[in-house]
Design a protein around this ligand. Structure first.
Ligand code: GLY
Length: 338
């Protein structure tokens, strides 16, 4: 007997293009049930204007990873309650991944879940954080350890918001974008920015639709992320996520080659995309010894079975568990000597 809620349609519209932010009001008005009010969550530093014809309550979250906390979510939910918001209202998150993650988690939790529409203003937000329903906050013990899967009711990726992104933010977005070049057979390099962002969104949506709760295939979206997370932690977060992913992609390719899963031509393709197309770092910076990085990789969330990586291979990119730590260490030592 199907239980209520077991077959819920969680599809949603994603608009990608220049100027599409002007369609936010129409998107909000077309939601079912139609919201009566909007909780607009953003950051003071984000100068992106939205035009909304419904009554709007504004909420600001602090800038920086230190504000990605349960305390921030509590503050938001208290603000929603003070404003008398109900399940008939909608949260609109305008900002980068930090804003959509925190506002999404507040939306998932308030009144046990109200609608949320994401308006990502960074490349990384558009192609990753705002798509797929992962929301959450950090604990002192680690990043994103508390959260919920909560699909948005719509996403608006207005490429005009990227025009003023600081160079480092662009690098971070490109690091995550480079990953998509290896997840399918698509020639993403042949596409212009709008088509490339749209294709990355489609690839992510297709993977998430096949495994929303990450019981298997969704893990391929973490290609390059195992070493990346270790580098972020070892550097005390001096290396940003997207920057670390570019380095992690090259390391994953070298490890896959050592394990006989891909050949040197495929490693060269990784170097072309990451180093040449996007101009990103490919060498591992000296933020920790091979043993320190190895220990951090053992603590990765994916590592249910020994040392686990997402690796390229004859069947494409897939999760590979229980990899011999000595081989990983050798590849690390060699890479650190380069
Ligand atoms: N950022 C990886 C995922 O959404 O699963």
């Amino acid at each position: 007997m199907p239980l209520p809620g077991a077959d819920v349609d969680r599809s949603y519209e994603v608009l990608v293009g220049c100027g599409v932010i002007n369609q936010l009001d129409e998107m909000l008005r077309s939601l079912i049930p139609a919201p009566r009010r909007v909780a607009l969550v953003s950051q003071p530093s984000i100068e992106v204007e939205v035009s909304i014809s419904l009554p709007v309550h504004r909420f600001a979250v602090g800038v920086g990873e230190q504000f990605k906390t349960i305390a921030t979510v509590q503050e938001l939910c208290e603000g929603f309650a003070d404003a008398g918001l109900t399940r008939g209202d909608v949260v609109v998150a305008v900002g980068g991944g930090m804003v959509t993650d925190v506002a999404g988690f507040a939306a998932a939790s308030y009144h046990r879940g109200i609608s949320v529409v994401h308006v990502p203003t960074t490349l990384l937000g558009m192609i990753d954080a705002a798509i797929g329903g992962k929301t959450g906050v950090n604990l002192p013990q680690g990043k994103n350890l508390v959260g919920a899967f909560w699909q948005p009711s719509g996403v608006i990726c207005d490429l005009d918001t990227l025009a003023t992104l600081p160079e480092r933010e662009v690098r971070c977005g490109n690091g995550e974008m480079a990953k998509y070049h290896f997840l399918t057979g698509d020639d993403l390099a042949a596409l212009d920015l709008e088509a490339r962002v749209a294709r990355c969104v489609e690839i992510k949506a297709e993977v998430v639709a096949s495994d929303e709760r990450e019981s298997g295939r969704r893990a391929i979206l973490n290609y390059g992320h195992t070493l990346a997370h270790a580098l972020e932690i070892a550097s005390g977060h001096e290396i940003a996520h997207g920057e670390a992913v570019s380095i992690g992609l090259i390391f994953a390719a070298r490890l896959a080659e050592r394990l006989g899963r891909i050949d040197s031509a495929r490693v060269a393709e990784h170097l072309d995309v990451v180093g040449c197309l996007y101009g990103l770092q490919t060498d591992i910076p000296h933020v920790g010894s091979a043993d320190e990085l190895l220990a951090l990789m053992f603590r990765d969330k994916k590592a249910i079975d020994g040392l686990t990586f997402v690796l390229d291979g004859p069947n494409g990119v897939e999760l590979v568990a229980d990899i011999d730590p000595a081989i990983v260490r050798d590849v690390l030592v060699e890479a650190l000597q380069d």
